[in-house]
Ligand binder design. Structure first.
Ligand SMILES: Cc1cc2nc3c(=O)[nH]c(=O)nc-3n(C[C@H](O)[C@H](O)[C@H](O)COP(=O)(O)O)c2cc1C
Length: 186
């Protein structure tokens, strides 16, 4: 019997015309019917404040509780993010920090697929490297096969935001097949 899988997607960019949100949408299109992808918003998550982070989850800001709950419900996480100044965008790192807290963190032990798009030449490789110690400390299981580095992004998506580059689609498909197999999808 086909296993039903639910994924949570996070874009590291809030921009309406974000290439990374386009990439997440391309992921959604490539997934089989038995797999769903819910794209979560990090737009309303405030800057981390330890005074609001009391292990009673009702005390955390509402947007944080919503984000953590959605991650908890997911079998795996897909992050598509830009690289900012050779590293992880602050807003995304902040959201991960909020989700990382407490013994009930929804990140611990969770499989995560990381990818990124940039107009630049290096395909977000430095952002992806910057994530490795974060995944390590959170005991997140990083899918590092058929890695997805989208360089020169404006050439790879059309005006409607659809992924039109066949090489990128192929590696994305291989990456997702591997990810889903790891999650036990057949
Ligand atoms: C603060 C800031 C820092 C950036 N630093 C980098 C960088 O280090 N490497 C890179 O490839 N692009 C960098 N960029 C350019 C982004 O890759 C580009 O704006 C990209 O389109 C952002 O992703 P999005 O389209 O999903 O919003 C930077 C952009 C901003 C706003």
């Amino acid at each position: 019997m086909t296993k039903i899988i639910h994924l949570a997607g996070i874009s590291g960019s809030l921009r309406k015309a974000s290439f990374n949100t386009m990439l997440l949408k391309a992921v959604a299109e490539l997934l089989p019917e038995s797999v769903s992808l819910e794209i979560l918003s990090i737009a309303d998550i405030p800057v981390y404040n330890g005074d609001q982070d009391i292990p009673d989850r009702a005390s955390r800001p509402e947007a944080v509780n919503k984000f953590r709950k959605a991650l908890e419900m997911a079998d795996g996480i897909v992050i598509a993010s830009p690289e900012y100044n050779y590293s992880i965008p602050g807003g995304l790192k902040n959201a991960i920090d909020w989700a990382s807290r407490g013994t009930d963190s929804p990140l611990i032990g969770k499989h995560v697929s990381l990818m990124g798009a940039t107009p630049g030449q290096w395909g977000t490789v430095r952002m992806q490297l910057a994530f490795l110690p974060v995944f390590n400390t959170l005991k997140m299981l990083h899918i590092n096969k058929f890695e997805v580095f989208v360089s020169q992004a404006p050439k790879k998506f059309d005006a409607e935001g659809k992924l039109i580059d066949t090489d990128t689609s192929e590696v994305l498909k291989k990456h997702l097949d591997f990810f889903l197999a790891t999650l036990g999808h057949q």
